[in-house]
Design a protein around this ligand. Structure first.
Ligand code: NAP
Ligand code: G3P
Length: 488
């Protein structure tokens, strides 16, 4: 099924239903984070070629919007079945290009098939409403409005490297169910599996032009994409820096931004520390900490800090380190820049007196799982998002101090609070300036139909299947004025 997509090692772009090579610029290498070898090449589209993709999307969207919702849903279910059928092949490519351990890569693809099916079914319940005028003073029953939901038009979907399949679909599927067409800009690191995903939708029968892919470095074509006159909505997941840049350029185009995070796990003195430690380590170190919702700081009451630190160390020491083809949790980070940045934060913490409990070692892009105790707020690691396998423990003297430090972050994605007292759990949750608070569980996005949002520097707008469909559609109001009620 996938023969059209690749010529040699070079992956093409899907434009107007055809897999095409770029005509102007040489392809870009996609290299392995583990050993730097080239595992594929992608097109670096020119502005003219980007224009062709938008023209196809704009033309196709009109007819797609008229496609009955149940037909859209049938097509999405077919895509989910095809994705599942090719799960092993797509997961292998995903694992190779972003160094995600193969088990997590397989679960990302399976989760994505479930996401598509849920979206197809949810989209069938996106109804409108009728509103009577006589509810308002001065109006009679003869006037009422019929409100339906209509698509916005062309959705620009930009996905990050760490979930190249799932976070592409978290935009594509809701956009399609709402009747939009899509321009997908996959991450350069992660593009190969994202392009396979586009082929799955094409092979499932998606009409030409409804889904198009544009590849090339975001730093080179990003601004042109974001300011393109044919963009009607932008759904972006990625760093806060790029999100801010997009927001500064988008003008009147509505946005959905899912950005960085510095999720705090707050541990009260009555917490089940064994359970908390297991959750925190799973939440902080899976996919080497390269998750926006990773636990990125522990704020623990001083009275239980020694016990928790020992439990955390015991779990971290058991983490498996290796290559993505093996059943491990810790693999090389996405590139040298990412590893250099994490190393900077580690060096700063050591220099300022943090207690290194384990890790602190590096081999190329591989950073060994690192845990610090007695991290203080003058250290960069207390505030910056490492996007790597390093976790700071900060000791606090009161619940309110924990809330203050948590809220002093520029980020506001998620937090977790561990306690046996539900009243205190809600006291903490109600005072945290974040999108989501988990009680007695690690921070995480799933399940994918839950609302998922960041506040402050963590984003704007709400993802989550129904919320995304709503964000990518709008009300259309038709007001009816019947004749006078006094019929002869
Ligand atoms: P990134 O560097 O911001 O890149 C994200 C996407 O934006 C990529 O497709 C990238 O293309 C593209 N891009 C880069 N510069 C652009 C520009 N000027 N205009 C338009 N698009 C541009 O982020 P990442 O490194 O892929 O992901 C890591 C970051 O994303 C972390 O901060 C993490 O917290 C955040 N993240 C947040 C969530 C969430 O749901 N809140 C989920 C995952 C990741 P290239 O790949 O070609 O550069
Ligand atoms: O960083 C990707 C973000 O969406 C996290 O997803 O499911 O790993 O919490 P999850």
């Amino acid at each position: 099924m996938f023969r059209e997509i690749v010529s040699g090692a070079t992956y093409r772009c899907l434009i107007d239903g055809q897999w095409r090579d770029g005509r102007v610029h040489p392809p870009i290498d996609v290299t392995s984070p583990c050993d730097g070898r080239v595992i594929g090449k992608i097109q670096a589209l020119s502005k003219e070629e980007v224009d062709e993709a938008f023209a196809a999307a704009k033309a196709a969207q009109k007819k797609w919007a008229q496609t009955p919702v149940n037909h859209r849903a049938v097509l999405l279910h077919k895509a989910a079945d095809l994705l599942e059928e090719h799960c092993d092949e797509i997961a292998r490519i995903l694992s190779e290009e972003i160094a995600k351990d193969i088990d997590s890569a397989v679960s990302e693809v399976q989760r994505t098939a479930d996401f598509i099916r849920f979206t197809a079914d949810e989209g069938k319940h996106m109804e409108g409403e009728t509103v009577g005028a006589d509810h308002f003073p001065g109006f009679k029953k003869q006037r009422f409005s019929v409100v339906t939901r209509v698509p916005l038009g062309v959705v620009l979907a930009i996905a990050p490297f760490n979930y190249p399949v799932n976070l592409s679909v978290s935009k594509i599927a809701p956009a399609l169910m709402a009747g939009n067409s899509v321009i997908l800009k996959p991450p350069t690191a992660g593009a190969l599996s994202a392009l396979y995903l586009a082929e799955v939708f094409r092979a499932a029968g998606l009409p030409a032009g409804v889904l198009n892919t544009v590849t090339g470095r975001g730093s080179e074509i990003g601004d042109y994409l974001v300011t393109h006159p044919d963009v009607d909505f932008i759904s972006f997941t990625g760093s806060t820096a790029v999100g801010r840049r997009i927001a500064s350029q988008a003008q009147m185009v509505p946005l959905l931004l899912e950005l960085g995070g510095k999720d705090a796990a707050i541990i009260l003195e009555d917490a089940d520390l064994q359970d908390a430690a297991k959750n925190i380590v799973a939440g902080a170190y899976s996919y080497s900490g390269q998750r926006c919702t990773a636990v990125k700081r522990v704020l623990v009451m001083e009275s239980v800090a020694d016990e928790l630190a020992a439990l955390l160390k015991a779990h971290v020491d058991k983490l498996k380190v290796g290559l993505p083809s093996q059943p491990v949790q810790i693999t090389p980070l996405i590139n040298k820049q990412a590893a250099d940045f994490v190393q900077e934060l580690i060096d700063d913490a050591v220099e300022k007196g943090a207690q290194l409990l384990c890790g602190g070692r590096r081999e190329g892009n591989l950073i060994y799982p690192t845990l610090f105790d007695r991290v203080t707020t003058d250290m960069r690691l207390a505030w910056e998002e490492p996007f790597g396998p390093v976790l700071p423990i900060l000791r606090v003297q009161s619940v309110d101090e924990a809330i203050r430090i948590a809220n002093d972050s520029e980020y506001g994605l998620q937090s977790a609070v561990f306690t046996k007292n539900i009243d205190r759990a809600f006291y903490v949750a109600n005072n945290l300036e974040v999108g989501t608070v988990h009680i007695n569980n690690k921070t995480e996005r799933g399940p994918d139909h839950f609302p998922f949002l960041g506040v402050k520097a963590s984003g704007m707008g709400t993802q989550g299947i129904r919320y995304s469909i709503e964000a990518m559609s709008r009300p259309k109001v038709v007001i009816i004025n019947l004749g006078d009620e006094r019929h002869e």
